[in-house]
Design a protein around this ligand. Structure first.
Ligand code: 4AD
Ligand code: MG
Length: 483
């Protein structure tokens, strides 16, 4: 299945033109490969294992293009054979020129009989990836080398695939891709858990009350790393109708959990002339699209997780794609939780913010499938969510999935000027900072709605990986910003 999206004709053409003589391992293993038995191929990659049988050496090489390695057979005809036996070790990088032959071994159809091997980069015995299995915790301490392992290598390809199908989903539906800013003066979620960005040095001047003098700061006011691109995306939805932003977001919440990062990526579509229902429909269609695309194109990588990390993963994903998501209101969710015999750490009553234990009970034990909860109490949700007519709830939606809880948070936005202003005041926001946001209601406002998907949570869901720190290349979490 690997490489199905890449045209073999293109590769052949490139090779004929002498542009790219290097063959990627995924193309050698491809069922419709242009590389035939007997062809000369040039492969480059890193040694995974080496078996030395005196007259022969079997070298497994991986280049990151797919899960499978290619086996290279080196024999004593090679002029540098003794050098190879002496210097090639796990982790070394090699350039191999050879002939593609049928493999008598199990598990692979082809292998390479080497004609020439160049040791590009040696690797000594202090290389930490010597044995086959390491704990994910250990691998986190070598985040610069862990992409060379099977599991983290596969995650990198899955992450790439999900990003590409995210763009495909929105582009095919005429959503405009908008790059919203990273540096912002406004706290979209209003939770105040922001990283401040400043050009002031230590010892910068303070006023008489001991407060920082921002007139000397780069922007002459406090600014932060954005916790969400939503507010800016709204401005573009109210000019281009359907838009999405997909970028890094930052939260300084001290959540040392397997579902929180300080720096994570968010996919945020925003639609004008749309309501809460449009947003829930889009969220369900989006999740089904990207997961089904992943199953189509990356089954080999997913099977690794199916075998070693989360038994039944592929079946679960197939089930998710085929069946409609459950949809209930917050009030109904609270009733289900109150009726359950389960003992929760946080007691349940109408008005509480659902905790992860509640979310997981609903989706894992009660419904056993993805669940959309709508119409939360307005007092526990962000200022921008549209008040419902009942005076108690707002047009919010959270999508909850088993083993994870919340994967998506969305809402219909408050488009009524007076009510929004009132909600902002109640949330103690500085109205001056948000005056531009109010302009979007002053000048040709329209009902609009959208959602935010935590991209790492999607990858966790798709792979069954337990810890969110293992699905982003270089994780940032409390006390950890290494590499
Ligand atoms: O529910 P949240 O806070 O919603 C927003 O930020 C809205 N402005 C989105 C919108 O409507 N455009 O965050 C959205 C999603 C969550 O459902 C969760 O999946 C993820 O972002 N998320 C995190 N992922 C990893 N680490 C964290 N600290 C996260 N906080 C939220
Ligand atoms: Mg949320």
């Amino acid at each position: 299945m690997e490489g199905r999206n890449c045209s073999i004709e293109d590769i052949c053409k490139q090779q004929k033109e002498g542009l790219n003589m290097r063959a990627l391992i995924k193309h050698l293993h491809h069922e419709k490969s242009s590389h035939k038995i007997g062809d000369h191929v040039l492969v480059m990659g890193w040694v995974r294992t080496l078996r030395d049988q005196k007259k022969f050496a079997f070298i497994e090489i991986n280049d990151g293009s797919c899960l499978a390695n290619i086996q290279v057979i080196a024999n004593s005809d090679l002029e540098n054979f003794s050098e190879i036996l002496e210097k090639v070790a796990t982790g070394a990088s090699l350039k191999v020129n050879g002939v593609l032959v049928e493999s008598p071994g199990k598990g692979q159809k082809v292998e390479i009989h080497a004609k020439q091997i160049e040791i590009v980069g040696q690797c000594d015995s202090s290389y930490p990836l010597q044995k086959k299995r390491h704990s994910f915790e250990f691998l986190r301490s070598i985040a610069h080398l862990r992409p060379r392992t099977n599991s983290l290598g596969a995650i990198a390809r899955i992450r790439n695939a999900l990003a590409m199908s995210t763009h495909r989903f929105f582009q095919e539906r005429d959503f405009l891709y908008v790059n919203t800013p990273i540096i912002t003066a406004s706290d979209c979620e209003g939770a105040g858990e922001l990283f401040q960005v400043t050009s002031l040095k230590e010892g910068a001047s303070k006023n008489e009350r001991g407060q920082t003098d921002y007139s000397e700061d780069f922007f002459e006011k406090p600014v932060f790393l954005t916790p969400s691109g939503q507010l800016n995306a709204e401005a573009y939805a109210l000019s281009h109708s359907n838009v999405y932003t997909f970028g890094p977001t930052f939260r300084a919440e001290n959540s040392n959990t397997s579902r929180h990062l300080a720096e994570f990526w968010m996919v945020e579509p925003e639609m004008a002339f749309a309501d809460l229902q449009d947003s829930t429909k889009l969220a369900e269609a989006y999740l089904k699209f990207v997961l089904s695309d992943l199953l189509d194109k990356h089954l080999k990588d997913l099977e690794l997780f199916n075998s070693f990390i989360a038994k039944g993963l592929v079946e679960k994903l197939e089930h998710v794609i085929k069946n409609p998501f459950e949809k209930i209101s917050y009030t109904e969710a609270v009733q289900i939780l109150e009726k359950s015999s389960k003992k929760f750490e946080f007691p349940v009553h109408w008005g509480i913010d659902l905790q992860s234990e509640h979310e997981r009970y609903l989706t894992e034990e009660h419904f056993k499938k993805p669940l959309m909860v709508t119409d939360y109490p307005k007092d526990i949700k962000a200022f921008y969510m549209r008040n419902n007519e009942d005076g108690k709830t707002c047009a919010a939606v959270d999508v909850l999935v088993p083993q994870m809880g919340e994967i998506i948070g969305g809402a219909q936005r408050e488009e009524r000027f007076d009510i929004l202003k009132q909600k902002m005041t109640a949330s103690k926001l500085n109205l001056e900072t948000y005056d531009w946001y109010l302009d979007l209601r002053r000048f040709g406002g329209a009902p609009h709605a959208g959602f935010g998907l935590g991209f790492e949570r999607l990858i966790q869901y798709a792979t069954g990986m337990e810890n969110i720190r293992d699905v982003i290349p270089f994780p940032r979490s409390p006390k950890h910003a290494d590499f």
